[in-house]
Design a protein around this ligand. Structure first.
Ligand code: 5AD
Ligand code: SF4
Length: 441
């Protein structure tokens, strides 16, 4: 179908949204829409939004205010809100913000062509129902070029951690059929991708609805199907991480030695209140099991500071756990109350200033740990997947180790290109980056 209309999409939040934007692009390209890289000349602007913390929503409100200048120049401009915020606060946005003409939640992207056509005719529309079956299994995501591809293997989440909006915004957990995922991986191999990240909110509970394949089976099948490729995955839930999965990772060198394992807190009282279903002791055992099976594995995590009722003692237990595990990296957040969640009903009792103080201590400690962990890398050899030139120096290139550490190296006379695997010896490091030189092995 041909269509002269131009669409500009901005993506916020997690990798799941990045992957969803590729599905949206695929759906709309079938209707002939063109995609452009800046909003000024667009007929349609779509914001794929995040609701995980309040500041994610504030960012979108600010962006909408900012886009108002474009809407003033082009009164036919269609502005749409997609993603988690569409589900959580779309109705309110549609009613209170004149600019917004479309609201579409994560399970309703098939309706976008119709919603957009209607909106061009002056009819605003909203589609925010959640589905128990939608996996967009038949839609091949329209990926932008690169060496790494995201592959959503499951949608939604059934865990209902007390603080988290995801089960409400994205609905119940459902897995894609493994045979369809494997044929997508074969196609990605042919297209020249060199790394695939299997994506899900809690990949450990993946279960193929046809064959019953578990996540570790899918992971091994993916590694076999992806010729000349690395396979990664996010995110694991500590309560479900199985010894079989750890063994599969240890056995198979195409599966990267990186595990993102969000701990959230080091206090058993807080973990219980968060409904995480594991104790600090169990978490520590798990990390020991990982390290004994995969000695060079990197383990990263997520931590929330200032959950309701968190005491100074609880906070110190989080710091102690961080010391004990020595995470290679962490995403660290202040607790943000989200409407609809269990925790929203209890008082947000830790004062803002105290939350900020605790978060700061967590960030400081992690930065020291990351610095030390990266100092230990000096002298080691790593195979790097080359991604792109460094922004600071075009003669230097950026890639990542198997353990997901960003690494910079000199690309003398442009000998290497994106997608190459290069062996490096690490010569220097900071808390965030490794630096290396090419060696022949
Ligand atoms: N406040 C702060 N952080 C949160 N996360 C999820 N919900 C909240 C919230 N309400 C964090 C968790 C999760 C990561 C994706 O976001 O650490 O693992
Ligand atoms: Fe949210 Fe918990 Fe599900 Fe992760 S596992 S998406 S934190 S409810």
């Amino acid at each position: 179908m041909t269509n002269s209309k131009k669409i500009y999409i901005e993506t916020y939040g997690c990798q799941m949204n990045v992957s969803d934007t590729e599905i949206v692009r695929s759906i709309l390209s079938k209707d002939g829409y063109q995609f452009i890289n800046s909003p000024e000349a667009a007929d349609v602007i779509l914001l794929n939004t995040c609701s995980i913390r309040e500041n994610a929503e504030t960012t979108i409100h600010k962006r909408l205010a900012n886009l108002n200048t474009i809407k003033k120049e082009n009164e036919n401009l269609v502005v749409g809100i997609l993603g988690c915020m569409a589900k959580q606060s779309g109705r309110k946005l549609l009613q209170t913000n004149d600019m917004v003409g479309i609201v579409a939640g994560p399970d309703e992207y098939r309706k976008l062509p119709e919603l957009i056509t209607n909106c061009f005719e002056g009819i605003k529309g909203m589609a925010v129902n959640l589905s128990r079956i939608e996996t967009y299994d038949d839609i091949t995501p329209l990926r932008t070029e690169g060496v790494s591809a995201w592959l959503t293997i499951m949608r939604g989440c059934d865990n209902f951690c007390s603080y988290c909006v995801v089960p409400f915004a994205r609905g119940r957990e459902r897995s894609r059929v493994s045979s369809s995922l494997i044929s997508e991986i074969e196609k990605l191999t042919e297209q020249g991708f060199r790394e695939i990240t299997l994506l899900g909110q809690n990949v450990n509970s993946y279960k193929c609805p046809e064959s019953g394949d578990s996540f570790s089976t899918l992971l091994e099948k993916s590694a076999a199907a992806g010729q000349g490729m690395r396979i990664r995955y996010v995110t694991s839930h500590p309560k479900d991480m199985s010894p079989e999965l750890i063994e599969a990772m240890a056995r198979n060198h195409k599966i990267c030695n990186h595990i993102h394992l969000p701990v959230q807190s080091g206090s058993n009282d807080v973990l219980k209140a968060m409904r995480r279903d594991y104790t600090k002791e169990r978490f520590l055992e798990l990390t020991k099991l990982i390290r004994s099976n995969i000695p060079d594995a990197s383990i990263t995590t997520d931590i929330i500071a200032g959950y309701p009722g968190e005491t100074q003692q609880d906070h110190e237990e989080t710091l102690e756990l961080m010391q004990e595990v020595q995470f290679d990296g962490a995403f660290m957040f202040k607790y943000s109350p989200r409407e609809g969640t269990k925790a929203f009903k209890v008082e947000d009792s830790v004062p803002e200033e105290e939350k900020a103080h605790r978060l700061n201590e967590i960030i400081q400690l992690q930065s020291e740990i990351s610095k030390l962990s990266n100092l230990n890398e000096i002298g080691r050899l790593h195979e790097i997947l080359v991604e792109k030139p460094s922004k600071r120096n075009r003669d230097e290139w950026v890639g990542r180790t198997d353990t997901n550490k960003t690494t910079i190296f000199p690309n003398k006379e442009g000998s290497y290109k994106a997608g190459d695997f290069v062996n490096l010896k690490i010569t220097r490091s900071t808390s965030a980056t490794l630096f290396g030189e090419v060696v022949q092995v």
